[in-house]
Design a protein around this ligand. Structure first.
Ligand code: SF4
Length: 449
């Protein structure tokens, strides 16, 4: 799309309730957490993708996609979660449904695929994802999985996630349900509860390891990640944890609520993006656990790590103050952290949107941004281009689908999504983020566009 076309792009009438311009003083809500408008070309992925990205980081799990081969394009490559041991999760397996399977049914083919997987790989758990066409023809995936569990004596967990059954956030909920089906609803003895589970950190570029290191340094044990760098055995220990830490609230709040209700594990929301949120999260964890020695170590760690960043922050503030940022990410919690993080560099956020944010996220966003900032839920490419141009954004933070939108408008870009290979969490993440933002904004290439 040329600049002129982007500037004159019309907003669909049905989309207007999902877009507002912050005026800095409260106001009505935003239409969000609903189905995408037909024909609006949403940036969201499908239900199956939502479920797959949450479960994929379980490193010794076997994932079978029951559907056409095209659905299998969602693989490890779309979420570069790292493993400290097993590598099975990096493979993608599909029943590769063909025309005859669709006409006559694919249940037998799925049962054969499970048998083959067990024989060749001996996994402890298999997740079976039913995608769109299976939802149409009605294969009884639950029954096939149950029979396979009895046949092989391992866990075979169905994830009935046809892409058309809603939007990505529905897939997150289905993944949470699959985890509950796996770990069960029997509470552990709460008097012996110990340590924490980290929910919604997927160990992209090793970020779970960074968080674990901070927790280790303040004396807090991590029972398991859900699901970053987790295994079947570690997940089965999840009910013994004392506290759940919810990093990606969009994908994990529903699971955290179920674990609280059914297993008695309370949860707190945290975010390790930016100095302000990293410090606040470490202190929130320490206070939630209530051990004075942990609180003292947390204070010490935050003071020493932030002091190390003083010089760097001063340098980048000089280079970045006054620049304008646009944000389009998956969940509301990340968007909120990014607004704060840009503020730490003296940058103003002029456009911010999410794929799956909730009303309470948008209320926080409204309270953080300057008047005039455009806030939008479940945006499409035309809207993102229009508002980036109108607001004069210097950089867009987004994922793989947003990258070309920025580049063709001559706007700098920072990947803050699944595919990136460098950590952006914790104090080390602050350094990486600053370097990337700075080098992208000041790249000489923009002069030639
Ligand atoms: S929308 Fe349907 S067909 Fe496409 S990837 Fe998702 S589940 Fe597969």
């Amino acid at each position: 799309m040329s600049d002129t076309k982007a500037k004159t792009a019309e907003i669909l009438d049905e989309r207007r309730a999902s877009i507002f311009t912050a005026d800095g003083c409260g106001g009505g809500g935003i239409a969000c957490d609903t189905e995408s408008v037909s024909g609006a070309v949403s940036q969201r992925a499908c239900v199956f993708c939502g479920a797959r990205v949450v479960l994929n980081p379980i490193t010794d799990a076997f994932h079978i996609i029951h559907g056409p081969i095209g659905c299998s394009s969602y693989t490890w490559d779309i979420r570069g979660s790292l493993s400290s041991d097993q590598e099975l999760y990096r493979h993608s397996f599909s029943t590769d449904m063909q025309e005859t399977d669709i006409i006559f049914g694919g249940e037998k083919k799925l049962a054969r695929a499970i048998d083959e997987a067990v024989e060749a790989h001996h996994p402890k758990v298999i997740f079976v994802y039913a995608t769109c066409i299976v939802g149409v023809i009605g294969d009884d995936v639950m029954a096939v999985c149950k029979a396979a569990e009895e046949r092989h004596g391992i866990r075979v967990v169905p994830v009935v996630a046809p892409g058309f059954a809603g939007h990505k956030a529905i897939g997150y909920r289905l993944a949470g349900d699959a985890i509950m089906r796996l770990i069960g609803s029997t509470p552990a003895d709460r008097s012996e509860a110990h340590g924490v589970n980290i929910l919604g950190d997927f160990n992209l570029a090793g970020e779970t390891w960074i968080v674990k290191d901070y927790l280790h340094r303040i004396g807090v044990e991590v029972v398991t990640g859900i699901t970053g760098d987790s295994t079947y055995d570690s997940l089965m220990q999840a009910p013994t944890a004392r506290l759940n830490l919810v990093q990606c609230a969009g994908s994990m709040t529903a699971l955290a609520k179920r674990m609280e209700k059914e297993l008695g594990i309370p949860y707190i929301k945290i975010s390790f993006y930016g100095i302000e949120d990293t410090v606040a999260s470490i202190m929130r964890i320490a206070h939630a656990l209530g051990d004075p020695a942990v609180i003292a170590r947390a204070e010490e760690l935050c003071a020493s790590e932030t002091a190390k960043l003083d010089g760097l922050m001063e340098r980048y503030r000089k280079a970045l103050t006054g620049r304008k940022a646009a944000i389009y990410v998956g969940g509301g919690f990340k968007a909120i952290s990014l607004i704060r993080q840009f503020r730490e560099f003296g940058m103003d956020t002029v456009m911010v949107g999410t794929q799956t944010g909730r009303e309470e996220d948008y209320e926080v966003i409204r309270s953080l941004v300057s008047p005039g900032c455009v806030v939008l839920d479940d945006a499409n490419p035309a809207e993102l281009e229009k508002f980036m141009l109108e607001k004069g954004a210097d950089i867009l933070v987004g994922g793989v689908k947003e990258r070309p939108l920025a580049y063709k408008l001559g706007v700098a870009f920072c990947d803050h999504n699944h595919e990136r290979k460098h950590p952006l969490a914790g104090f080390i993440g602050v350094k990486n983020f600053a370097q990337e933002i700075n080098s992208s904004i000041h790249s000489p290439v923009w002069k030639y566009l």
